[in-house]
Structures are given as structure tokens and as C-alpha cells.
Design a binder for this molecule. Structure first.
Ligand code: SF4
Length: 92
């Protein structure tokens, strides 16, 4: 059904015969700034894919974010202690 609260005429799965199941969408949070999924309605910014952006940032990075990606820490090279000691013995 089409939204009748904050995103007029936009198709939304949360909209039912009795209105929005969440009450209404919540505005974006600070971490969302720069995301390509932001939409503006009546001067207020909302997420186009999730009704409550603060929930998406509650436990870290939003998995829908287009402006920030998770940083992968390069795993340090594992050293086999047995091979390392043999290598060191050879150098002597
Ligand atoms: S996709 Fe995530 S980061 Fe982007 S606007 Fe929505 S909640 Fe914010």
C-alpha cells in the first residue's frame, strides 16, 4: 500500500488498512549522512530502505550503507614456531 504518513504516495510494505505498522518512519541519524539511500520529504531526511535508521547503527555499521564499508584488518602472517626455529638454526 502507499504511505500516507511521511512518504506520501510511496509504496511501502509496512502500510496496512489500519495505517502504518510502525506509526511512521524515523529520520536519519548522524551516521547516515552521505548515504545514497537518503530521501527527503517535507524538508526531513529519511532512509529509503529502512524505517528506523538508528536501529541499523545500534550495533555498528549499517549493512545497507553506501558511503561506509567495513574495514577488514589484514591477518598477520602466522609463523610456525618449529619452522622458525629451524630457519634460525640454519642461519647460525
Ligand atoms: S541505508 Fe543505512 S546508512 Fe543509509 S540512510 Fe539507510 S540506515 Fe542510514
Amino acid at each position: 500500500m502507499q504511505c500516507v504518513t511521511v512518504k506520501p504516495n510511496k509504496e511501502c510494505f509496512l502500510m496496512g488498512k489500519n495505517g502504518c505498522k510502525l506509526g511512521s518512519c524515523k529520520p536519519i541519524v548522524q551516521d547516515c549522512e552521505g548515504c545514497a539511500r537518503i530521501e527527503e520529504y517535507n524538508g526531513q531526511k529519511y532512509c529509503s530502505v529502512f524505517p528506523d535508521p538508528s536501529v541499523k547503527w545500534k550495533n555498528g555499521l549499517c549493512n545497507f550503507a553506501t558511503h561506509r564499508k567495513p574495514e577488514f584488518v589484514e591477518e598477520s602472517k602466522k609463523i610456525n614456531p618449529l619452522k622458525a626455529s629451524k630457519r634460525a638454526a640454519r642461519k647460525r
